[in-house]
Design a protein around this ligand. Structure first.
Ligand code: CTP
Length: 394
């Protein structure tokens, strides 16, 4: 699955309404969806692959026998977050209901768990035929969302239910169906994640226990809501984060340099990274022998948020605090000192939270408001913090 949650397979059945789906494709793109078009072979009689390739800027194939080396019925199935099959003919609906896999689209439908919406279009007699009625009921019982065709004039002079709905109606139903919250579209968000490391010598460093999970959850959540995200990643794995710009850093100084480059143009900064408070005054070029390791001279790292504070204009800045005692008092003083708009504080006494999939804590705001967060997944907290940050952005 794509992390941006907006990868759509647009399936095209072999009906005259296929030409109207060119507009559906354009509007999907306008709404921030990335679309791969998969026409059935018969639909190419109405609209050719070249049209779909030109509009989608992606390769278009109809059979599993094309681009075999890409194993597209599996790779596209893994990529897809949603399917929109529009138009769906009586034959395509019958093949889907029967679980056939005789072209690329029907293979994909079987191979993917992604939610699927179908927009039928056909002559009213075919729509009302007992076979189609039964097939539609089968698909609905399997969780397919089948849009009702419109009542009106068909391609010939006949009138009845079977018309392909307007693009706007399809888009509106699809957006509701996908639950797509693209409320961060057009916003630039920086998330720092992980823990910085300060070299003592070529093999040793001062570091901390931050796993980076909360930061990665924030970056993914922001991207899935349409934001342009830069993840400044300190010593964490960043595989599988397609669609997110990753800047790798090791030390606090490197993180500060990366932040200085991007902060001016961002809307929201979420500082979830654990920045090492101090670094060795000198980092040895060669490994220090253990006999000489009885003490290390340290100096404080810059406070990154404090350095950025004078550069702050419209940006909303979210901080994190991991505390073992006096949680609220410590976090409140950090909120003020660092010029934060909100801070999430969690109790890490006893090693809780680090590396865990879940979190528990309190969000504090500048006006003194506090929101308690009972045990939640880090994904849920990520979306909640983004909701509050967006509200502050206005
Ligand atoms: N932070 C920062 N620069 C630092 C240290 C921390 O910008 N040198 C940020 C963190 O990313 C976090 C917030 O400040 O969002 C609070 O981090 P924390 O380590 O709790 O704050 P410190 O100022 O280091 O306070 P303490 O004395 O409790 O370590």
């Amino acid at each position: 699955m794509s992390v941006t949650n907006r990868e759509v397979i647009l399936g095209i059945g072999g009906g005259i309404a296929a030409y109207k789906s060119a507009d559906v494709l354009r509007r999907l793109q306008d709404h921030g969806y990335s679309v791969t078009v998969v026409p059935t072979p018969s639909s190419l009689n109405f609209v050719g692959a070249a049209t779909w390739e030109a509009l989608s800027h992606r390769a278009v194939t109809t059979q599993v026998w094309e681009k075999v080396e890409d194993v597209r019925h599996i790779s596209l199935a893994k990529l897809a977050n949603f399917f929109l099959i529009a138009p769906a003919t009586a034959d395509l609906i019958a093949r889907l209901a029967a679980g056939r896999a005789d072209d690329l689209l029907t293979n994909l439908v079987l191979a993917s768990d992604a939610p699927k919406m179908i927009v039928p279009a056909m002559h009213p007699s075919m729509w009302l035929d007992a076979a189609t009625v039964a097939n539609v009921a089968t698909l609905r019982s399997r969780g397919f969302h089948v849009m009702e065709p419109e009542v009106g004039r068909l391609t010939g002079t006949d009138v009845g239910q079977g018309r392909f709905p307007d693009t706007a109606a399809i888009l509106s139903e699809f957006i509701d169906f996908t639950g797509a919250r693209l409320d961060l579209a057009g916003k630039r968000i920086i998330v720092t994640a992980g823990g910085t490391r300060e070299a003592i010598d070529p093999v040793r460093f001062i570091g901390n226990k931050s796993s980076g999970k909360q930061g990665v959850a924030l970056a993914k959540a922001a991207a899935s809501r349409g934001a342009k995200v830069e993840l400044i990643a300190a010593n964490i794995e960043t595989d599988g984060l397609e669609g997110i710009e990753i800047t790798h850093v090791v030390t606090a100084d490197e993180m500060l340099e990366a932040l200085k480059l991007s902060f001016g143009t961002c809307d929201i900064l979420v500082m979830s990274a654990a920045v090492a408070d101090a670094k060795p005054i000198t980092s040895a070029q060669e490994k220090i022998k253990k006999a000489a390791l009885t003490s290390i001279d340290l100096e404080l790292n810059p406070d990154l948020l404090a350095v950025l504070l004078p550069l702050k204009s419209r940006q909303v800045v979210v901080g994190f605090a991991a505390e073992t005692n006096d949680l609220i008092a410590s976090a409140t003083s950090k909120l003020e000192k660092k010029g934060l708009d909100l801070i999430y504080v969690n109790d890490v006494s006893g090693g809780a939270i680090f590396g865990s999939e879940e979190t528990e804590g309190t969000i504090l705001f500048r006006d003194g408001k506090q929101v308690g967060i009972s045990r939640q997944t880090k994904d849920t907290l990520a979306n909640l913090l983004l909701d509050y940050a967006l509200k502050q952005l206005g």
